[in-house]
Design a protein around this ligand. Structure first.
Ligand code: DGJ
Length: 739
């Protein structure tokens, strides 16, 4: 009865609950707010001045009431100590540490203080959303901190909303998403640098006093230089199965900044958000500025569990159609580059059918008439079929592909413009450039000004026209190959808005377009591509089903790269294509590409008969185990950075099926063969399993005995020797529960 009454009040009068919290705090009582996942709690508490601080990070307590007693065990208010753990450090008043927020009020004053007012909790989309209102006691300026917690996934999404009712706009000089604080531990940080075809190069360092900054100022495609992904490991280097880790990213598709600061007490402050570089934002009265989200998974059992947590959260709640299906495909890019015509393309449909993939993807080079797109120097922006190459248009290709029993998809790069294009000639005002300076190109192209609503309409129109004219079009590859040089917007000038809005409004404009596209075309699969850096982030992946992690498809390199990406993204979202990069045989290349969404970028008709037979069988095999790769739990078994071999496996939810990928990564002759078994993971110790090798190259046999029955207990404690050696450089094993 009592419980029901509270529930009734919560539902009918949530503001009463909010008011009560506020009331308690007004009268000087300490307010304690636990942000709890299944395995961790971030504990927030007000101090005697009603400022909100992070007072604890650790395992959750059984009795919530006991949280209030934690902070008094720490001498947090002595000397300088109390200034480091603010939940959202304001600038210009009492706190002189690196701020999370810095503003200039309407009257030009730069001081900000934030005091706790109230907080509330709601259940939303399978998550608990805690929002905490902080206000400046002098200026009508407020900040709301949001913590969205998917408790069972141990995943938190954190963002901030900023508002004011001052007489004129307030200048936001810095506006972080989050300001985390962890104490009493050693901290090891892994971050990822990149460049074209060398994405996700990891480096792990023990953080020392001072600040480590990881950021991007490229405007678009941040991962070309630095990735917004990170792993923080507590007390020791990140390990796959042990220790506390936090692993995540800033979900923002433009400039970001992470600041990891070890304070004089050896605690870690982590401030993350949109990069304030050239990005002061003038916020009008009563408008809301919503920051990007910091998304992270927590685990007390190492990076393996943390990434499984993040993967299952991403599939269920974030990636478009994350729990659905994907299309295998044949792409013509590396088969033809720009050199193709209608006949060449329709011939390739036969290859697609022959190898058994679902879709043919027509890449770059199909458009532009005044300036035909025959190389990468022209035509971006002129999205009409080139009449010489494709006299019967895209519609004809869609139909011809269908006749062969394959779907048809197409490449676009809608945010870009070539200086040699009709669009550039007609709409110089849409191009990001400094009018008084020489243009600077990246891949011979420039970026369109997505802050301009007319440009947003144009970009939306590219996709909408393609689908309207070709309703059976089944796939879009959305590329992005340039950074923003000479950042300047004619539109913002015309509107009297500051140029410093450009980086932020570019990204917001992109999200607006994608929002509109997804309203009309909710499910059509779209690949997010950026050859050079990848462009995978959890804001864009709300609209895209998958992303292209790198142009580097050399399979040995790919083992390392896919390993690193796998910390953050589920395999269903990662596109891996078999190409002619590298010297590895087709089997090796296909096995590696099978650990994700499989595609091919080869001329299948030029394969040797055995290679072709292998590819056909491998596609059929992939169809039989893809459900495991797309929806199963990933276990990273043997780290290629530390061993001569690498091994990863995917297990289904019932633990009745698994697929294990094993590769040789060190090709020194002295290596004989895998000398010892590799322990499998994620199986049921009480079930019995058989193990069969698949993806065998024609004419070879497997030394793995498929008749033998092993318990899950055995396979996880003793393991299995997949017999990888210079003759068997990649081995794929299917583990099945014995019926
Ligand atoms: C870069 C992409 O990564 C490639 O796959 C291809 O689509 C080219 N762009 C086309 O210009």
């Amino acid at each position: 009865m009592k419980k029901n009454t509270i529930k009734f009040f919560k539902q009918k009068f949530p503001f009463i609950i909010v008011f009560l919290f506020g009331f308690i705090s007004l009268f000087g009582q300490t307010v304690t707010i636990p942000i709890e996942t299944q395995d961790q709690v971030i504990l927030l508490q007000t101090d005697s001045e009603n400022r909100l601080r992070t007072v604890y990070f650790g395992e959750p307590l059984k009795n919530e009431k006991e949280y209030a007693a934690i902070a008094e065990l720490y001498s947090l208010d002595d000397a300088n100590k109390g200034i480091f753990n603010s939940v959202y450090t304001p600038a210009g008043t009492w706190n002189l540490t690196e701020p999370a927020i810095q503003v200039k009020h309407a009257d030009g004053n730069s001081s900000l203080e934030l005091k706790y007012v109230s907080h509330k909790r709601e259940e939303i989309d399978g998550a608990t959303l805690t929002s905490i209102l902080l206000k400046d006691p002098i200026y009508p300026f407020k900040v709301t901190l949001f913590y969205k917690v998917w408790k069972n996934n141990n995943v938190i999404e954190q963002w901030t909303e900023i508002q004011h009712s001052e007489k004129k706009p307030v200048l936001l000089e810095k506006y972080a998403s989050s300001n985390l604080y962890f104490s009493d531990r050693d901290f090891y940080l892994t971050t990822y640098a990149g460049e074209w075809a060398k994405e996700m190069q990891s480096v792990e360092t023990k953080l020392q006093r001072g600040t480590r900054t990881v950021d991007s100022k490229l405007g678009t495609r941040a991962m070309l230089l630095q990735s917004p992904n990170f792993i923080i490991s507590f007390d020791h280097e990140a390990s796959e199965n042990e220790g506390t880790v936090i692993l995540g990213q800033l979900a923002w598709s433009g400039n970001f900044k992470h600041e990891f600061e070890i304070d004089p007490y050896d605690n870690l402050r982590f401030i993350s958000g949109i990069n304030p570089f050239e990005s002061e934002y003038s916020l009008k009265p009563n408008k809301t500025f919503k920051t990007a989200s910091l998304i992270y998974a927590l685990s007390n059992n190492g990076t393996g569990e943390a990434s499984r947590n993040l993967h299952s959260w991403a599939r269920k709640y974030r990636v478009l159609d994350g729990e659905g299906e994907r299309l295998t495909l044949l792409n013509n890019w590396e088969a033809t580059y720009f050199d193709f015509n209608e006949n060449k393309i329709t011939e390739l449909f036969k290859d697609a059918k022959d190898i058994g993939v679902d879709l043919f993807l027509l890449d770059d080079g199909w458009f532009g008439n005044k300036y035909p797109r025959n190389n990468d120097k022209t035509s971006l922006g002129d999205w009409q079929e080139n009449v010489k190459k494709l006299p019967h248009g895209v519609g004809y290709l869609v139909k011809e592909a269908q006749k062969e029993g394959v779907k048809f998809g197409i490449w676009i790069e809608p945010e870009m413009v070539s200086p040699k294009s009709e669009l550039y000639e007609k709409h110089l005002d849409w191009v990001i450039r400094q009018p008084e300076r020489p243009e600077v190109y990246y891949r011979n192209q420039l970026v369109l000004d997505m802050s301009n609503p007319e440009v947003q309409d144009f970009v939306y129109g590219i996709v909408d026209n393609l689908f309207t004219e070709n309703p059976d079009l089944a796939f879009i590859k959305w590329d992005c190959n340039s950074v923003i040089y000479n950042a300047h917007s004619e539109y913002l000038d015309k509107k009297g808005l500051p140029q410093s809005h450009l980086y932020v409004e570019y990204v917001q404009g992109l999200y607006n377009v994608l929002e509109r596209i997804r309203k009309k075309y909710p499910k059509v699969p779209m690949m997010l591509c950026s050859g050079g850096g990848g462009r995978g982030d959890y804001e864009l992946l709300k609209y895209f089903t998958e992303f292209w992690p790198s142009d580097d498809t050399e399979p040995i390199e790919r083992i390392y790269m896919q390993w690193d990406y796998s910390y953050f993204f589920p395999s269903i979202a990662i596109d891996n294509h078999v190409t002619d990069w590298g010297k590895q045989p087709i089997k090796f290349r296909t096995d590696v590409a099978s650990m994700g969404k499989l595609g091919f970028d080869i001329v299948a008709s030029e394969l040797s008969p055995n290679d072709l037979q292998f590819v056909k069988e491998a596609v059929a095999n992939y169809d039989s185990f893809k459900d495991l790769v797309w929806h199963g739990d990933l276990y990273r078994l043997v780290n290629p950075y530390k061993n001569d071999f690498s091994s990863l496996m995917y297990v289904d939810q019932d633990k009745s099926k698994a697929i294990v990928f094993n590769y040789l990564v060190n090709y020194r002759q002295r290596l004989s063969t895998t000398e010892h078994p590799i322990k499998l993971d994620g199986l049921n110790p009480n079930k019995n399993y058989t193990v069969q090798e698949v993806n065998l190259y024609p004419g070879t046999t497997s030394p793995i005995n498929s008749e033998k029955v092993y318990s899950g207990d055995f396979l996880m404690k003793v393991g299995l020797n997949s017999i990888v050696n210079l003759q068997r450089t990649s081995v794929v094993l299917e583990v099945k529960e014995r019926e």
